[in-house]
Write a protein that binds this ligand. Sequence first.
Ligand SMILES: [Zn+2]
Length: 179
Amino acid sequence: MPSPIAHSVSGYILGKILPWEYTKVSRHEKLYLQLYTIFVAIFADFDFIPQLLTGEKFHRGLTHSIFFSFIFSSIVAFFISNRWNKSYKQIFIFTFIIYCSHLSLDFFTAGGKGMQLFLPFTNSFFKSPIPIFPPVKHSSGLWELSHIITLSFELIYSALLVLGLSYWQRFKTHHKTRL
Ligand SMILES: [Zn+2]
């Protein structure tokens, strides 16, 4: 799986480009929203906590399934749609897309068995035959040399996304002023 860097940046960028824009909320809400997109984008990897506590294999299991993404988005949307004065449908779609960005990134990562994408319907693991992201070798410890390659790749990926966003925003502003 990519590290939290790639997941967080992807969530943040999606939050910026999805139709429900930050510009429609106050400055205070904007910060919450940005933190929210990052939280949703990395949530699936919190499955390392029960794994640490119990020693059982949880990682890339249920929290990495489409079923869980759906349930998670439904519950979260229920609790926060009123609070943020947005429709249930809006929050649900927003959350579901950002959550699924995590599954997409993991799907295109090299190494490992893949994810149990269709739990609880099948225990099979799925991953792309053509990976994009280099794997993070957790078992090799913190100071493994291969982490530099992974980190560099993710920083370049993140920089490209931020650059793309900046072009997109400039294009939109230019287009609006011409209308
Ligand atoms: Zn993951």
